[in-house]
Design a protein around this ligand. Structure first.
Ligand code: BGP
Length: 471
C-alpha cells in the first residue's frame, strides 16, 4: 500500500453535531426528520412538532465535544477525517447574500484542531443538509434558483477553507434519489416534498439535472480558487448482480446499473450518456436542460470518485428490459450472502468488483469514503467487544487491498463510516451503531454522551500503523 494512503473515518455534520439551534444555525432537512426504527420509517415533519423526538437535534453533540473526539481519532492514527459543512450553519435560510460568521468560525476551529492533530479534513459540501427554508420557499432542487444559492455557499466555503482542506466532494450519494418512490431518499437528496398526484419521476430527474449543473459549477469554482484542490463526486456504490445467467437477467442488471450510476458518467465525463438521452426522450420528460448547462457540465469534471460501499443487490429479469425497473419488486435475496441485523447483505467481494468496474470505466482515482458495519453494541465494563464489526471491516479492507495490489485499481483512501457512533440516517436510531468509539446516547435521547473505546478502536489503530499489513 502506498505510504500516503488516506486511512481515516467519516461522519456527516447533521448526524454528529447536534447544537441544531446554536451559533446562528438555521433549520435544515435533517432537523425535520423525527426518530424512527426499522419497522417505522422516520417521519418528515414540516415544522418542529413538540410531541416528536428529533435525534439530530442533539445527536452526539460533536459541536461541543469535537476536541475530545479528535484526540481519540489522533490516538487511532487517522490520517484524514471526513465530515460535511452544514449549509444552514453558514447560510441559515439558504438564500442570504452574507454568510453567518459564527458558523464559519466553527469550521475554522474544527479544521484547525484536525490539522493540529495531523489529520487532514475531507469535506462534503452537501450531505443531506439543505436549509429547510429552501425546501419550503423554493421547493428544493426542483427549482433552478437553487443552483445560485448553492454556488454562493460553495464559493464561501472554498474561499474560506481552501488552505485547510484539500479534498472536497459535492453531493453525498447523489444517485440515491433514483429511488423516487422513497420519500426519505428524495427529501434528503433534493429537499423535495411531493404533492399528491405529481409526476415524481420527472421531478427527480429535473432536480438531478440542476444538482449536476451545481456540482459542475462547484468543481470549476474549486479549480479557479486553487488549482491544487481535488474535488470529487460521491456515489452510493451497490453492484447489481443478475439473478442468473439468463440473458434477460443480465440485461436487466445492466439497465439497473445505468439507472443508478449515470450520475457518475455525467460528473466524470462531462456529458450525458446516450442511454439517458434516449430515456428522457422515451419518457417524454422535456426537461429544462439548456446549452449553457451542458457547457457548464462539460467544464466541471471531477478529479476523483468518492464512493460509499455497504452491500450489493441481485435483480431478476423479465421480458421487459428497460431502465424502468422497480427496485422494490425486482430485487431478490442473494443466497450466497448473509446480512446485517438491518438486512443489508454483507459482500466484501462486491467491493473488489465495484472498484474494478469503476477503474475500467472512468480511470480516475477512487476514494472509499464510507464503508462500515451497523449493529447493536453492548457496553460492558467501559468497552464493547465488537468482533463482528472487526470481521466485517477486515474482509472489506482485504478486498480493497486485492483490488489495489492484484488488480491495479487506484484507490487513494478509505474512511470507516460512523467512526464514532452517530445517528443512523435511514432509521434515525442510535441503536444502529457503526463506531470504533461508543457514545453513551440512547434511542430516546437519554445518555451521558460519554465516549468509550471499542475493541475495533485498537484493531484499526494497528491496521493504520502497519499501513494495512496487519489485519
Ligand atoms: C449512507 C449515508 C450516511 C450513513 C450511511 C449508513 O447512505 O451517506 O449518511 O448514514 O449510509 O446508513 P444508516 O445510518 O442508515 O445505517
Amino acid at each position: 500500500m502506498n505510504q500516503d494512503f488516506l486511512w481515516g473515518g467519516a461522519v456527516a455534520a447533521h448526524q454528529v453535531e447536534g447544537a441544531y439551534r446554536e451559533g446562528g444555525k438555521g433549520l435544515n432537512l435533517a432537523d425535520m426528520m423525527s426518530a424512527g426504527s426499522v419497522n417505522s420509517p422516520r417521519i418528515i415533519t414540516r415544522k418542529i412538532d413538540a410531541h416528536c423526538y428529533y435525534p439530530n437535534h442533539e445527536a452526539i453533540d460533536f459541536y461541543h465535544h469535537y476536541k475530545e473526539d479528535i484526540a481519540l481519532f489522533h490516538e487511532i492514527g487517522f490520517k484524514c477525517f471526513r465530515t460535511s459543512i452544514s449549509w444552514a450553519r453558514i447560510f441559515p435560510k439558504g438564500d442570504e447574500k452574507t454568510p453567518n460568521e459564527e458558523g464559519l468560525i466553527f469550521y475554522d476551529n474544527l479544521f484547525d484542531e484536525l490539522l493540529k492533530n495531523g489529520i487532514q479534513p475531507i469535506v462534503t459540501l452537501s450531505h443531506f443538509e439543505m436549509p429547510f427554508a429552501l425546501c419550503e420557499k423554493y421547493g428544493g432542487w426542483r427549482n433552478r434558483k437553487l443552483i445560485t444559492f448553492f454556488e454562493n455557499f460553495v464559493r464561501t466555503c472554498l474561499e474560506r477553507y481552501h488552505e485547510k482542506v484539500k479534498y472536497w466532494m459535492t453531493f453525498n450519494e447523489i444517485n440515491n434519489q433514483t429511488n423516487y418512490n422513497s420519500d426519505g431518499a428524495v427529501f434528503t437528496n433534493s429537499g423535495i416534498i411531493f404533492e399528491e398526484g405529481e409526476d415524481r419521476e420527472r421531478i427527480v430527474y429535473q432536480a438531478s439535472h440542476y444538482e449536476l449543473v451545481a456540482s459542475a459549477k462547484a468543481v470549476a469554482i474549486a479549480h479557479q480558487i486553487d488549482p491544487s484542490l481535488k474535488i470529487g463526486c460521491m456515489i452510493a456504490m451497490t453492484p447489481i448482480y443478475p439473478y442468473s445467467c439468463a440473458p434477460s437477467d443480465m440485461l436487466k442488471s445492466l439497465g439497473a446499473a445505468h439507472k443508478r450510476f449515470w450520475y457518475m458518467d455525467v460528473q466524470t465525463r462531462g456529458v450525458y450518456p446516450a442511454y439517458m438521452k434516449t430515456f428522457f426522450k422515451r419518457k417524454d420528460f422535456h426537461l429544462d436542460i439548456t446549452d449553457e448547462d451542458l457547457e457548464i457540465i462539460k467544464n466541471g469534471c471531477v478529479d476523483y470518485i468518492g464512493i460509499s460501499y455497504y452491500m450489493s443487490f441481485v435483480l431478476k429479469g423479465d421480458s421487459d428490459v428497460n431502465l424502468d425497473y422497480d427496485e422494490s419488486n425486482d430485487l431478490c435475496d442473494n443466497p450466497y450472502l448473509s446480512s446485517t441485523k438491518w438486512g443489508w447483505p454483507i459482500d466484501p467481494d462486491g467491493l473488489r468488483y465495484a472498484l474494478n468496474r469503476i477503474e475500467d470505466l472512468y480511470h480516475l482515482p477512487i476514494f472509499i469514503v464510507e464503508n462500515g458495519f451497523g449493529t447493536v453494541d453492548l457496553l460492558e465494563n467501559g468497552t464493547v467487544h465488537d468482533q463482528s464489526r472487526i470481521d466485517y471491516l477486515r474482509m472489506h479492507i482485504q478486498s480493497m487491498k486485492d483490488a489495489i495490489e492484484i488488480d491495479g485499481v487506484n484507490v487513494i483512501g478509505y474512511t470507516i463510516w460512523g467512526c464514532i457512533d452517530c445517528v443512523s440516517f435511514s432509521t434515525g436510531e442510535m441503536k444502529k451503531r457503526y463506531g470504533l468509539i461508543y457514545v453513551d446516547k440512547n434511542n430516546d435521547g437519554t445518555g451521558s454522551l460519554r465516549r468509550f473505546k471499542k475493541d475495533s478502536f485498537y484493531w484499526y489503530k494497528q491496521v493504520i500503523s502497519s499501513n494495512g499489513e496487519d489485519l
